[in-house]
Design a protein around this ligand. Structure first.
Ligand code: PMP
Length: 388
């Protein structure tokens, strides 16, 4: 694929336009706006109307462990997983949260021992999602503490291992790696286990699985995540945590997300009678296209390298394909030690390897920005020189 030349300009808040070529482009956060064009076409179908008197109560369903979850939210989540085949939900409890960020903390709370004198160690294999460490450390909890890289954890003390697959930042498929004899618990973060990012090869059936709508469809602003939990006591404690931190999750968001999930599932189940392109087919081809362009740009400048991912058969799309991660994890060529600093000179904001528990010669960049920003990034990357 050819790398686009930049002819675009970037709208500013004061109504003027600034040529994108002069501006800073932010690929540090993974703000998933890439699929905005698709959802613009689907605007009508996905509209929800909420009247002045609707959704006033804190409570949704007192017969459910997660009493603030709307029944249509829980039904939509189960239906989506059964259409995609990317998680077992039968005989499980679902806990909805304000993004999976809140549920990660809820899971730490639920899996730690509240009466233990020693905080439990939370580990993840490096490179790990930088927010795990920050979310563990921010509260200086007496229940849990950050324990670093799971691959080198050798303490004979209880631990919680977070397994992120496909992994943020490097897109690899992960399994637990801790070898300690001590009691260990697992949190599986499956934020990117959706067909646009990776082939759906199996139906995970773990004790605690976290998913987020942010990375499923790109509606990060709705702040909806969910946990699929085997043990009712763990689900109860997680629900209690969400209650203590936000007394539930906005019903407006739950209503909207349930509607969008319904539109997606209906389109797969009524395939043939639907005119618009199917969501996961569209988003997968978009991610594939971006990865092909990225590899071409990297090949042109030869400043960075990026791993190749193995192919696998996807049970959902019925084709064999690679992983197309939501982030690019780049390694600098010899002689450049500070990858983030190098990109800053090109006015590209990224996140350096040290935040992920590895060296500064690695860097993470979002693959989920708007077309305009992503294309400008490719122009800058493909023209990059060793000495700048
Ligand atoms: N886990 C991973 C691996 C992520 O990349 C993200 C978002 N960047 C989250 C969890 C949290 O997502 P949210 O709070 O938007 O649901």
């Amino acid at each position: 694929p050819t790398v686009p030349t930049n002819k675009n300009s970037f709208p500013c808040s004061n109504g003027t336009t600034l040529p994108l070529t002069n501006s800073i482009i932010n690929l540090d956060q993974g703000d998933p706006v890439v699929l905005g064009t698709y959802w613009k076409k689907m605007s009508e179908e996905c509209t929800v109307v909420i009247k002045g008197s609707d959704l006033m109560s804190y409570i949704s369903d007192t017969s459910n462990v997660c009493w603030f979850m709307l029944p249509e939210m829980s039904d939509a989540i189960k239906r989506l997983h059964s259409v995609i085949g990317n998680a077992v939900t039968e005989d499980k409890h679902i806990v909805v949260g304000n993004g999976s960020t809140q549920l990660f903390q809820a899971a730490l709370f639920a899996l730690s021992h509240s009466h233990s004198s020693q905080p439990i160690n939370v580990v993840a294999s490096a490179p790990y999602y930088s927010e795990y460490q920050e979310e563990v450390e921010v509260v200086r909890s007496r229940m849990y503490q950050w324990g670093g890289d799971a691959a080198v954890y050798d303490k004979n003390e209880p631990y919680i291992e977070v397994v992120c697959s496909p992994n943020n930042p490097d897109g690899t498929l992960q399994i637990p790696v801790v070898r300690s004899e001590a009691e260990g618990k697992l949190i599986h973060d499956l934020a990117y286990y959706w067909p646009q990012y990776t082939p759906i090869t199996h139906q995970p059936d773990h004790d605690v699985m976290l998913f987020t709508f942010s990375k499923c469809t790109g509606h990060a602003g709705s702040r909806i995540g969910w946990a699929i939990v085997k043990d009712i006591e763990v689900a109860r404690k997680m629900t209690r945590f969400v209650q203590m931190s936000s007394i539930g999750v906005a019903k407006e968001s739950q209503t909207r997300v349930a509607k969008i999930i319904k539109v997606i599932c209906d389109s797969y189940q009524n395939y043939g009678s639907v005119e618009s392109e199917l969501f996961f087919e569209y988003s997968k081809s978009k991610m594939r296209e971006r990865w092909e362009k990225l590899r071409a740009a990297i090949g042109q400048s030869k400043i960075f390298t990026v791993a190749k991912f193995p192919k696998a058969y996807c049970n959902f799309t019925n084709e064999s394909s690679e992983t197309y991660p939501g982030f690019a994890w780049l390694k600098c060529e010899e002689g450049i030690d500070d990858a983030e600093g190098y990109l800053r000179k090109l006015k590209i904001l990224s996140r350096g390897g040290e935040r992920f528990g590895v060296g500064p010669n690695y860097v993470r960049l979002s693959m989920l920005a708007s077309d305009k920003v992503f294309n400008e990034f490719l122009v800058r990357l493909s023209n990059a020189k060793r000495d700048i």
